[in-house]
Design a protein around this ligand. Sequence first.
Ligand code: MN
Length: 231
Amino acid sequence: MQYAFTPQAVAAVPVAGRNELFPVHRIYCVGRNYVEHAKEMGHSGREAPFFFMKPADAVLPVQEGQLGEMPYPSLTSDLHHEIELVVAIGKGGKNIPAADAPGHIWGYAVGLDMTRRDLQAEAKKLGRPWCTAKGFDHSAPIGPIHPVSKTGLINAGGIYLNVNGSPRQKSNVDKLIWNIAETIEHLSKYYELQPGDLIFSGTPEGVAAVKKGDVLEGGIDALGTLRVKLV
Ligand code: MN
């Protein structure tokens, strides 16, 4: 049997230092995974982890040293940045114990979980899904994926985001409430993870609005810098 029409190309993210692409299967995101961010969103910072998703083709890959361009999305006037450590899964599985989680990690990247905060606030109030607030086109700018064979396991390291050169977010990955291994343990109870899955692990405090023309520059120690302009 043939496809009725040519399928869309597989979404993919460049691998740092190699002439390879990491094919994206799914994008999972963790909500409120830093205490100070949970507090700024009106919560205690002690809740169990919860998850939402973006479509795989929401990725907006940006090469190191390049300035990516993200179209300012429709139907929002409160687009927020969330700088995050992204974990790339290379080996699938379900019910993965935290102790085994490192063996499932293929690599890491710097990512932005861009959020229509006004639509998210309305969805929360009305008990509706977050899809239009979180899972829109180009909502996941991401730098190259660095293989874990080069970086080693990342459990600490500075994470920051500047907008037009001014600091907005600054923290350390060691402040994650649920660390990467624990996150994989929880997530793999809900879904069978597959090679190609990306996990946006949550954002530290300091989220705020950006506007057309702003330049976002975010980074994580050992993973370089992600630069994106809103156009
Ligand atoms: Mn987020």
